[in-house]
Each structure stands twice: as structure tokens, then as C-alpha cells.
Design a protein around this ligand. Structure first.
Ligand SMILES: [Zn+2]
Length: 133
């Protein structure tokens, strides 16, 4: 059983901050931001594309509720939402999870989206064709 399933069923302790019927949220023990939180479905899915719609809807609603909670309780001024899916993306625990990184003005957190890749910009038409063609 994976580590997040163990947190869900209580075998492994966690700093849970939110829970509902289908999801649970807890503090990341390797925080990249103040109150860095993970939101996970209670049912094991590896990646978002494999999720059933019921859990998927519950997960995104939970993300909203947790973000609201972090704004209200910690006065977070913003937040980044990240989800790595698949090993190529950097996913380490193979149980769907969404990171919420609370943000504050001048928090000095370096959160960088990749630079624009000109080569891919030039290939947009070809890429579009591959996806929809
Ligand atoms: Zn799991």
C-alpha cells in the first residue's frame, strides 16, 4: 500500500488540515512554502487522467476548500497549485496529489514556470495537428 493510502487509512500519522468523504489534505513534511499542503483522493489513483469523475470533482472542490482555509486561517495572500503526474513530470509518490503552496507578498519563494521554448513556439501548428488531427 502506498504512503498516501496509509495516511488516508490512519496507518501513518499526518498533520491533517481538512477531510471530507472522498479527500483528505495534510501538511507536506518537506515544505517548499509556509503551510505547503497536499490534497489527495481517498481512493488510490496514480494520475489525474486515471481518476473517475466523482473523485476528480471531489478533489478539485477540496482544493478550493483548503485554499480558502489557508487564506482565512493563515492570511495567505495567494497560492500556487501544482500537480506532477507521471515520473517524467517529477511525481515521486504515485498517488494523485495536488500541492497547494500558500503565498505571501515578498515571501522570497522562487517558484518559476519554465522559460518559453522558441523551438516549440515555432511548432505550434504541427503540435496542434498531432493532438486534434
Ligand atoms: Zn495510494
Amino acid at each position: 500500500m502506498c504512503i498516501f493510502c496509509k495516511i488516508v487509512n490512519g496507518e501513518v500519522p499526518a498533520y491533517k488540515v481538512y477531510e471530507d468523504e472522498k479527500t483528505v489534505a495534510f501538511l507536506d513534511i518537506f515544505p517548499r512554502a509556509y503551510a505547503h499542503t497536499l490534497v489527495v483522493p481517498k481512493k488510490h489513483f496514480e494520475t489525474i487522467d486515471e481518476m473517475d469523475e466523482e473523485y476528480l470533482a471531489a478533489l478539485i472542490k477540496s482544493v478550493k476548500n483548503v485554499a480558502k482555509l489557508l487564506k482565512e486561517k493563515l492570511n495567505a495572500e495567494g497560492y500556487n497549485i501544482v500537480s506532477n503526474n507521471g515520473r517524467a513530470s517529477g511525481q515521486e509518490v504515485m498517488h494523485v496529489h495536488i500541492h497547494i503552496l500558500p503565498r505571501f507578498e515578498n515571501d522570497n519563494i522562487k517558484f518559476e514556470f519554465p522559460d518559453v521554448i522558441e523551438e516549440y513556439k515555432e511548432k505550434l501548428e504541427e503540435i496542434h495537428r498531432k493532438i486534434v488531427g
